[in-house]
Write a protein that binds this ligand. Structure first.
Ligand code: FE2
Ligand code: FE2
Length: 232
């Protein structure tokens, strides 16, 4: 069977089960992941261009688990470049991913609240984390980063010291929160028999936590470079 026909004749429920990482795409088209109807039937019912739908689903399957890999910054990047990079890559991802994870968790609860025993706690955690995160990102973008980029590094002045302390203080909280998330999810374990939507959620949570870790490292490195350039 050629790949085009294979997708066309596949039932949504089977696609979601075999390739859970495409669930966000399925959601985008407001299709039901437990639906026993085929992609061809969905396209017809929802009046979606069939070739386009098959192409999007095929691409998502082939792409595999969406690894959010952050290309390493070359040595010698200016502090401005690094900050720019942090805002346009990490912050943008985190700002959009947290609300999506909340929606995903709500959806799992709505569909099958028994599929896992920590869903209520997870939802509460994500809601709180999102609020705290947006505050932290705003603070960095509005107060800390502009201060860093406009400061003369010859001398670490009090303002800059305050900005650095604030970042470090909040990063400790984030690290603790991520450890808590790992505890809640038993280190992002996917049990045998976990349903597709829950699998996708756990994989995405793991990716978010990993990205966050890399993000914190980069910002800590930024702080380190800043102090180093001020001292030399
Ligand atoms: Fe940040
Ligand atoms: Fe930060």
């Amino acid at each position: 069977m050629n790949p085009y026909t294979f997708i066309l004749d596949s039932r949504i429920i089977d696609l979601a089960d075999n390739y859970p990482w495409i669930i966000p795409i399925i959601d985008t088209f407001q299709m039901d992941t437990d639906s026993s109807i085929t992609v061809a039937e969905i396209a017809e019912n929802k009046n979606i261009n069939i070739e386009l739908l098959v192409e999007i689903i095929t691409n998502a399957i082939v792409r595999g688990i969406p690894e959010y890999t952050i290309p390493t910054l070359n040595n010698g990047n200016s502090i401005n470049d690094t900050i720019n990079y942090i805002i346009t890559h990490h912050h943008l991802y985190l700002r959009t991913e947290l609300p999506r994870l909340i929606k995903s968790t709500e959806k799992v609860i709505e569909k099958d609240s028994n599929s896992c025993n920590y869903l209520a706690e997870l939802l509460l955690f994500l809601q709180g984390f999102d609020i705290a995160l947006v505050k932290h990102l705003n603070k960095e973008e509005i107060e800390v980063f502009p201060f860093i980029t406009h400061t003369d590094y010859e001398v670490i002045n009090d303002g800059l010291r305050q900005a650095i302390l604030l970042m470090e203080f909040e990063h400790n909280h984030v690290s603790n929160a991520l450890n808590h998330l790992s505890l809640i999810t038993d280190n992002f374990t996917i049990e045998n028999g976990t349903n597709a939507r829950m699998k996708e959620l756990i994989a995405s949570l793991k990716m978010m936590a990993r990205t966050f870790d890399e993000h914190l490292n980069l910002e800590e490195q930024l702080i380190h470079d800043l102090i180093f350039s001020a001292e030399n």
